[in-house]
Design a protein around this ligand. Structure first.
Ligand SMILES: [Zn+2]
Length: 130
């Protein structure tokens, strides 16, 4: 059955959720950063290859360009992480549950469930075996 969480458990839930959101946000930030670095480096090398027409001379510069672009693109991690974290927290906060039948919902706290129960914010409830 679903029972109400104590205030301590609710704050613990919030801490866990924030931790999870931060970890997920960081992972997403690093992934997007890696894509940006590869795109920038590839584009940079292509521009020089086409512009200079000296492939052998500039093609070898990819190795030296990569750390520069990695550094230049690093704020991407923090920007992506910031938004991903906010989004995850908003989603977690909007999650609802009907304590009567266990149906999940989103952003519909206080709404009436099909079973006649009322949706409540999921963070305030926990499942225990009878
Ligand atoms: Zn229900």
């Amino acid at each position: 059955m679903w029972i109400q969480r104590t205030p301590d458990e609710v704050s613990q839930w919030q801490k866990d959720t924030e931790k999870q959101a931060r970890a997920d946000g960081l992972m997403m930030g690093v992934m997007i950063w890696a894509v940006v670095v590869v795109l920038l480096s590839t584009g940079w090398v292509l521009i020089f290859q086409v512009g200079m027409g000296a492939q052998s001379r500039w093609g070898g510069r990819l190795g030296t360009g990569l750390p520069i672009f990695a550094l230049l693109a690093s704020p991407v991690i923090f920007i992506v992480r910031h938004y991903a974290e906010k989004k995850a927290l908003r989603k977690a906060a909007g999650r609802t549950i009907c304590p009567q039948c266990g149906s999940g919902g989103n952003g519909n706290a206080g709404a009436t469930c099909k079973c006649g129960g009322t949706f409540v914010v999921a963070s305030t409830m926990k499942w225990v075996e009878k």
